[in-house]
Ligand binder design. Structure first.
Ligand code: SF4
Length: 169
């Protein structure tokens, strides 16, 4: 799907609507967040943020500029302990919390919403890749990006996976 594709904006809106559902589900689960920002410092936290090409396109359409090459050790959109790409941030950023009591719920939410994202991609004939954040950011110029638009309402937060635990695309 390209910038000029008639269905691109519809797809972007559908992804944002899905993100709003994710945020509501996470808020209902009520994981504890101490706002340390550690989850965005990947090496320190010991995990990798994986996302799909669909999420990457929405992220790149709304995120601030960044320098390349992108380190796999941390997210370039984190400033201090804050996220500068909060509106378009991907599924993993929305779902992941380090609260140990929330892990099973977080995993279930990831499975549910990742499946729905993939369904959207299939329905629209959109590309589907699943890779670490730095892969998409470093190759951004080589990939079609969905158009930006009004942000969908959102409230809150990664599938972050341990290194080597990539989900199948
Ligand atoms: S995009 Fe995700 S990993 Fe990056 S700063 Fe925002 S919440 Fe953290």
């Amino acid at each position: 799907m390209s910038l000029s594709s008639p269905g691109a904006e519809t797809l972007r809106r559908q992804v944002c609507d899905l993100y709003a559902e994710v945020d509501a589900a996470v808020a209902a689960a009520g994981p504890v967040c101490e706002a340390s920002g550690r989850c965005c410092r990947f090496q320190e936290a010991g995990h990798v943020l994986f996302l799909s090409s669909l999420e990457a396109d929405v992220l790149l359409a709304g995120a601030p500029s960044y320098a390349k090459p992108v380190s796999p050790d941390f997210c370039p959109f984190q400033q201090g302990r804050l996220c500068t790409a909060r509106e378009p941030r991907p599924l993993g950023c929305r779902i992941y919390h380090c609260d140990s009591a929330y892990q099973q719920t977080g995993n279930a939410l990831t499975e549910t919403f990742l499946r729905r994202l993939k369904q959207l991609a299939v329905e629209h004939g959109a590309e589907w890749l699943y890779a670490p954040l730095h892969f998409f950011l470093d190759n951004a110029a080589d990939r079609p990006v969905l158009p930006s638009g009004p942000a969908a309402p959102h409230t809150v937060p990664l599938p972050v996976l341990p290194p080597g635990d990539a989900r199948p695309s």
